[in-house]
Design a protein around this ligand. Sequence first.
Ligand code: FES
Length: 88
Amino acid sequence: MHALQRAFIEHDGLQCGYCTPGQICSAIAMAEELRRGDPSYVTLDLAAGPPVVTRAEIRERMSGNLCRCGAHNGIVEAIEDMLVETAA
Ligand code: FES
């Protein structure tokens, strides 16, 4: 199981599971964007180097994925965990 899949389970990042495949695919792509240093709409300082991973960055980059169940907090926490685990 991928680190993100484990983190989704640990943080209750899903309820019905309908949006989960899209959330996971988008989060993996988002992690690659962050590794490349791509800025987002909420990146505060474009001259400061790679964007700092904040909840605002994660929420903005995942904003195209809606969860009707309201599991967004768990989803953001799961993505944070995955980013920390894969950075180590
Ligand atoms: S887990 Fe139900 S829509 Fe996302």
